[in-house]
Each structure stands twice: as structure tokens, then as C-alpha cells.
Design a protein around this ligand. Structure first.
Ligand code: ACO
Length: 422
């Protein structure tokens, strides 16, 4: 099959949210720390009536209904999540309720887990299945679902929650450029959840940021090498119309794009202009390690890349800024924002995606956007997702109530048979 990729998408996030502005006041931090410092506007969270299962059931049902896909047409269902509901039973099996009702129990695939990367692993599994000799002509379905909650402290405002469903098949409007990808995987303790009695991670914030940027550099270098081998000319940022990043908080996305610009400067890419060259020249001789620690370099990169950021990155930042870190769904919610903002003007465009999961696993890959055929085209996806209404219909909850809800969830966490009806 040709042009395997994403045919359709839908997103769900909880209607309950807390504004970062109100949270700053509540936490007693300096004004602007979360809104400007982290670059976040608002954060969604699950109240006690929602979880990753309910969110993913909602989004799967909605996608099938709105794109008129018969549940019998799904042959592979892969879930990415790092939210533990059960240490053995996969989230995928909960979702089988939707398919069993139609008599379809012949669906491969289970859950993939590694921090925020599981969604990308699930997506590659589905794409690989459609491209393989075991493909039976039916669709793949990928679900990314997480609730991101942190203990009190500086990481708490970087939470969020959402579920995304993506239908996978051939002749897709969002087609994978399968030959172009670079991965970086290694052993690190930047963010992890060793305490099985708690939903909260242990996080070394600074280390996680450095690990993210190191993985980004490594993936970008490999992506560029693959491109050059294939196309016979060097790749630079000018070869992609948009860059979409895993988005724990917007400031890291700004830093990441700046970092790619610095890579292009070091690679002597012709599009890096004179002014930028002069700005970045003092940092050219820094060692790798020094370059991750230099705040001056970080600022210089962001400054030099600012005009390109507005064109190539900003359109993908809407949902992550409004909803927060959605872990596995975060990268795809950023991509959904790009679809929403640019819609059919994306046809013919390349979009580079960077997926990162702490611990750590990372991949850079890209999509080529195409016309598609109704109902599988970007305009229809944008209509179905209806992001503006979903954002508008939310209810702002006061921070005190948000904190109270988290306390209830802490207490309930791991409660045996809580989810079992009989
Ligand atoms: N106005 C404007 N900016 C401010 C203000 C203010 N009043 N106060 C602080 N800032 C800025 C800081 O200068 C800093 O910006 P910079 O990085 O551009 O210099 C930024 O706000 C953050 O402040 P810090 O004090 O450096 O960091 P903090 O202790 O608040 O922690 C962190 C931030 C590390 C991101 C924390 O929220 C965290 O650990 N989050 C979870 C980890 C995470 O998401 N890692 C990303 C990859 S792993 C994953 O996806 C889970």
C-alpha cells in the first residue's frame, strides 16, 4: 500500500481546567512564572468522574461515528499511555467494549509504554502493520491517552490530560515519509515513576530538559543524514514547512526550535543569515555539554530563530498551551493544532515531528500532507475535532478545588476493584 499514514483524527480533553494565571496566585510564585516562564495558558485535569479509560472510550467512539467507520473495519488497535490503571490488563482491552458490541474481536495490538513516547511507538506499530505482509486490508487505530499530574512543587503546573485517536491506512492525507527518521534511545533517570503506590513521577526537571535537547540534537543529525543520503543534498530547516514538538510546556518548544537553528548554524546551512551567524559565532566552540548548560546560548538561539518560530512552530502550540502536557497525546495534540490553524493550506507541505519520552526514547520523523479523499482530508478532520468549541465549553475551576481533586485522586489511587463493577 502507498502513502500509509493518518486518515482521520479526533481529540478529547476534560472540560475541567485551571488557568495558569490563577495557579500562579494560588501557589504564591512570582507573576508570570507559569504564563511567561513556562509559556502555558491553562491546564486541563480529570475530575473524579474521568480517567484515561473514559477519555479514550469517548474519543474512539466519536472518531468511528463522525468519520462513519464501521467498528468491524478495524484490524489493529494500538494504545500509547504511561498512566497505569492496571499492571497487567491493557487499556486496549477496555476499548474492546466498543468493538465487541459489533462482533469484532479480531483486532491485534496492545499498549506501548515509555513515558510520553508510547503514542509514537503505537503509531509506528500500526503503520508497520499496514505496510507489512500480514495486513488484511482493514484500518489501524491508534489511541494516545494520559493524565499528567505532579506532586506539589515546580512541576505541578506542567500537568494536563487528553486522549487522541488516529485512524491509520493507505492513501492518507497525512502520509509518513517512512525513509526519513532518526531515533535516539538511552538509559537515564530524568523522569520516572518508581513508586508504584503513587501516580506522581519523580522528576529531575533540569536533567529532563537537557536529556530532551540532547535527544533532539541526536535525532536531528540522523534525520539530516538520512535526508542527504536519499535526496543527495543537505537538509536544513528551510526544507520543512513546520516543526512539531512533544510539548511538556511551551518554553521547552521555543528552546528546542532555537536548538535546531543552532544545529543548522553549526552545519553551516546557507539559509542562516549574517546577523544570526554573528549572534551565534561566540558559541560555536562550546563543547556539547557546555552548550546545554549555557543560558546565554539558549537566549541567543531563541532570538535568532524567533522569526522562523512564528511561521514554522507557533501554529502547532495552541492545544498544548491551553491543555498542558498530555504525555503521549502531547505531540499529536500539537499536530492537531497545526491542522486546525492551517487546514487545507497544508497540502504539499512537509511537517517534521519530534517525539520524546523520558527514560529515554526519542524519534524524529516527518509527514507529507496530501489532498486525501472525503471524509479523510484535513478540512474534515478539522471540522470533526472542532477545537474552538471544545476549548470554549470548558469550565475554569478555582485552584483550591483543583488541589482538592488531586488529593481525592491520591487517596483513591491504586484502590483495588475501584473500576470493577461486579
Ligand atoms: N516571569 C517570567 N519568567 C519567569 C518568572 C517570571 N516571574 N519566574 C521564572 N521565570 C522563568 C525562568 O527564568 C525560566 O525560564 P528559562 O528556562 O527561559 O530561563 C522558567 O521560568 C522556569 O523557571 P525555573 O525556575 O528555571 O524552573 P522551575 O523550577 O519553575 O521548573 C520545570 C520548571 C523544570 C520545567 C518544572 O516545571 C518541571 O520539572 N516540569 C516537569 C518536567 C518536564 O516537563 N520536563 C520536560 C521533558 S520530560 C516530560 O515531558 C515529562
Amino acid at each position: 500500500p502507498a502513502d500509509v499514514g493518518i486518515l482521520a483524527m479526533d481529540i478529547y480533553f476534560p472540560p475541567t481546567c485551571v488557568t495558569q494565571d490563577a495557579l500562579e496566585g494560588h501557589d504564591g510564585v512570582s507573576k508570570g512564572k507559569y504564563t511567561i516562564g513556562l509559556g502555558q495558558d491553562c491546564m486541563a485535569f480529570c475530575s473524579e468522574v474521568e480517567d484515561v479509560i473514559s477519555m479514550s472510550l469517548t474519543v474512539v467512539t466519536s472518531l468511528l461515528e463522525k468519520f462513519n467507520v464501521d467498528p468491524k473495519q478495524i484490524g489493529h488497535l494500538a494504545v500509547g499511555s504511561e498512566t497505569v490503571i492496571d499492571k497487567s490488563k491493557s487499556i486496549k482491552t477496555f476499548l474492546m467494549q466498543v468493538f465487541e458490541a459489533s462482533g469484532n474481536t479480531d483486532i491485534e495490538g496492545v499498549d506501548s509504554t515509555n513515558a510520553c513516547y508510547g503514542g509514537t511507538a503505537a503509531l509506528s506499530n500500526c503503520v508497520n502493520w499496514v505496510e507489512s505482509s500480514s495486513w488484511d486490508g482493514r484500518y489501524g487505530l491508534v489511541v494516545c491517552t494520559d493524565t499528567a499530574v505532579y506532586a506539589e512543587g515546580p512541576a505541578r503546573p506542567t500537568g494536563g490530560a487528553a486522549a487522541i485517536a488516529m485512524l491509520v491506512g493507505p492513501d492518507a492525507p497525512i502520509a509518513f515519509e517512512s525513509k526519513l527518521r532518526g531515533s535516539h534511545m538511552s538509559h537515564a533517570y530524568d523522569f520516572y515513576k518508581p513508586n508504584l503506590a503513587s501516580e506522581y513521577p519523580i522528576v529531575d526537571g533540569k536533567l529532563s530538559q537537557t536529556c530532551y535537547l540532547m535527544a533532539l540534537d541526536s535525532c536531528y543529525r540522523l534525520y539530516c543524514e538520512k535526508f542527504e543520503k536519499l535526496e543527495g543534498r543537505p537538509f536544513s530547516m528551510s526544507d520543512s514547512d513546520y516543526f512539531v514538538f512533544h510539548s511538556p510546556y511551551n518554553k521547552l518548544v521555543q528552546k528546542s526550535f532555537g536548538r535546531l537553528y543552532f544545529n543548522d548554524f553549526l552545519r553551516n546551512a546557507s539559509f542562516v543569515d549574517e546577523v544570526a551567524r554573528e549572534t551565534l559565532a561566540p558559541y560555536a566552540s562550546l563543547s556539547g555539554d557546555e552548550s546545554y548548560q549555557s543560558r546565554d546560548l539558549e537566549k541567543a538561539n531563541q532570538q535568532a530563530a524567533k522569526h522562523l518560530y512564528d511561521a514554522k512552530v507557533q501554529p502547532s502550540t495552541l492545544i498544548p498551551k491551553q491543555v498542558g502536557n498530555m504525555y503521549t497525546a502531547s505531540l499529536y495534540a500539537a499536530f492537531a493544532s497545526l491542522l486546525h490553524n492551517k487546514n487545507s493550506s497544508l497540502v504539499g507541505k512537509r511537517v517534521v515531528m519530534f517525539s520524546y519520552g523520558s527514560g529515554l526514547t526519542a524519534t524524529m520523523f516527518s509527514f507529507q500532507l496530501q489532498e486525501g479523499q472525503h471524509p479523510f482530508n484535513s478540512s474534515n478532520i478539522v471540522t470533526v475535532m472542532n477545537v474552538p468549541d471544545k476549548l470554549k465549553q470548558r469550565v475554569e475551576i478555582p485552584p483550591e478545588k483543583f488541589v482538592e481533586t488531586l488529593k481525592i485522586m491520591e487517596h483513591r489511587y491504586g484502590g483495588r476493584f475501584y473500576a470493577k463493577k461486579d
